[in-house]
Design a protein around this ligand. Structure first.
Ligand code: C5P
Length: 193
């Protein structure tokens, strides 16, 4: 069976939590596509070459979740050749036998426009910054500024900007809370299966 769940949205909206929960519930494979861009950014050197030669070891780096890695990721993610180099891997993952959940920024719009389920997860910048701050610590004002800067860069780039697919279901996790959002996402997948 091929079945793709596309989850998009801005940083720290809850995409990963929802994606992992769906994967566990239905036995689907899960790909955090942000990790690909984080690994390219962290590798340094020419980002296009880094994307073309990405390895499992690059994806296992312990420093991928830092604020600096997030910023580096969003800078290299604006380069069309970087995105092109990562496209086939993501599409193959999405159509692998047994079902797949991918979370990112352009899954429902560019990578898997035919995904069976598309969810756009969002929350206010303040709520998302607070969640990210619980994860990384440091100065809360700096974390909020980082979230807003990354939103602006991801939403305004020319190639594959962050936006909901026309047929995506919007889940606002600032109003809903993560548990209720997971329950809604599970219900959407169940209805489509
Ligand atoms: O989701 P995460 O915060 O790990 O993503 C890091 C950065 O990678 C994002 O800010 C975005 O610029 C980029 N990204 C992307 N397309 C995706 C996933 C992530 O451009 N599908």
């Amino acid at each position: 069976m091929q079945f793709t769940v596309a989850i998009d949205g801005p940083a720290a909206a809850g995409k990963g939590t929802i994606g992992r929960a769906i994967a566990a519930r239905f036995g689907f494979a899960h790909l955090d596509t942000g990790a690909l861009y984080r690994a390219v950014g962290a590798k340094g050197g020419d980002p296009v070459l880094a994307a073309q030669s990405l390895s499992a070891a690059d994806l296992a780096r312990p420093d991928l979740r830092t604020l600096a890695a997030g910023q580096a990721a969003s800078r290299v993610a604006a380069i069309p050749e970087v995105r092109a180099a990562l496209l086939d891997f993501q599409r193959r993952f999405a159509r692998a036998e047994g079902g797949a959940v991918l979370d990112g920024r352009d899954i429902g719009t560019v990578i898997c426009p035919d995904a069976e389920v598309k969810i756009y997860v969002t929350a206010s910048p303040e709520v998302r910054a607070h969640r990210r701050w619980l994860e990384v610590g440091g100065d809360p004002a700096l974390v909020l500024a980082e979230v807003k800067e990354r939103d602006a860069r991801d939403m305004n780039r020319t190639d594959a900007p962050l936006k909901p697919a026309a047929d995506a279901v919007i889940l606002d996790t600032s109003a809903l809370g993560i548990d209720a959002a997971v329950a809604r996402a599970v219900a959407l997948v169940e209805a489509r299966l």
